[in-house]
Design a protein around this ligand. Sequence first.
Ligand SMILES: Cc1cc2nc3c(=O)[nH]c(=O)nc-3n(C[C@H](O)[C@H](O)[C@H](O)COP(=O)(O)OP(=O)(O)OC[C@H]3O[C@@H](n4cnc5c(N)ncnc54)[C@H](O)[C@@H]3O)c2cc1C
Length: 415
Amino acid sequence: MQRKEVDILIVGAGIIGTSIGAELSRRGASVCVIDKGNVGRGCSYGNAGWMTPCFSMPLPMPGMLMKSMKWMLDPAGPLYIKPSFSLDLASWLFHFMKAMNATQARRAVDALVVLSQKSLIEYEKLGQKYPEIRFEQKGLLMASRTPAGVAAAVEELEYVKDVGVPGKKLTGEEILAMEPALKGPLLGGVYFSQEGMGEPFQVVQAMASEIRKNGGEILENCELLDLEMAGNKVDKVLTSQGEIKAKQVVIATGSWSKSLAKLLRLRIPILGGKGYAMILPKLEKQPTYPIMIVEKKIAVTPRENTLRIAGTLELVDQDFSITQRRVDNIKNGAREFLRLPDTLEVQELWAGLRPCTPDGVPLIGYHKDIPNLMLAVGHQMLGLQSGAGTGLLVADLMENKKPFVDLGVLDVNRF
Ligand SMILES: Cc1cc2nc3c(=O)[nH]c(=O)nc-3n(C[C@H](O)[C@H](O)[C@H](O)COP(=O)(O)OP(=O)(O)OC[C@H]3O[C@@H](n4cnc5c(N)ncnc54)[C@H](O)[C@@H]3O)c2cc1C
């Protein structure tokens, strides 16, 4: 049964799919977004809400080899891979190691900063229209107690300052004066002054509202099952709610994308980078700024009446199970730096799978052999911060405009 016919079908209603849908529909395209679940209930639901161009360094940075090997084997480390035999994992690790070179890292950082800065401008506009996203641009603090932590924060600063992300190094005392919610002593860190934050689920809902307002449609509980080709183009998409004929198809399925790879005749080596986020009651001494506790890799986000703490990256394949020990590590790490009550009331505990490519860079662009198939997947730990910019980029590519980023580094056919 043919259900409908559209210009552009977008598969996946996370921040990436809805941002693309909002931008394309704003430019007048007839758009339909489908999701196998509900809008914004994938990885975009409970993330830390940071819109922070300063965090544009991909995971496999040069010099990370020894550090990441140590972390990967430590179940309490911030990056963990459960030892197991899997060809997918072996191939992912091979490309991960290969990507640790300075030239590639520089190109990746430059492209990700641009995508994130474009996004920040869009989120500011969206925040004016939708106050419920609680967009704020207070900046972000990286705080550390160790020389290695301060060095990591300064390295981050050095990498992004030349591409227009302002920040300054601070002493421990300076950080404590700015953010008395932190417990001293601190050795130092960095303050990035222009970073933003918001409510991630509300941002996706706002994008979805834009799509509907612009005449687009969103079908929930509608799963892509197969693609039907006519020549070298996708003609129809077979879904759990019937066939949809589309002139162009965009895949924005986050950490689920690897399983679509066979249908797309493409290698998409994306694994899930499982992370956890917890909502806690507002603290007596509530932080004012979003804070990265550097050595623990814990993100602290102040919310109106609560506090969100998030962290860990555990490389998995579609496994949403919760490892209590890793959740406890986040709580204990946060407790070392914040005045948490003795008994913690966790109001919500959430696990999400960051769509992680081995080189830490998303895949955005047209499939080389299927000219009406666009991919926008693999936004790893920065899907929110680069989501709206991805929407602009995809819309520009569809209109044959000159891309505003180095498309080579995002090449969807590179693996
Ligand atoms: C703990 C944690 C903290 C984070 N903090 C931040 C942060 O502060 N800032 C930031 O920028 N990023 C952060 N991230 C990363 C960010 O959440 C992700 O990069 C982003 O959500 C990815 O968005 P997406 O749209 O690609 O994927 P998703 O939001 O997962 O959306 C993909 C959608 O595709 C749908 N789908 C899959 N398969 C099919 C199919 N066959 N048919 C139809 N639909 C399908 C799914 O149902 C899902 O809704 C964090 C992640 C975690 C886990």
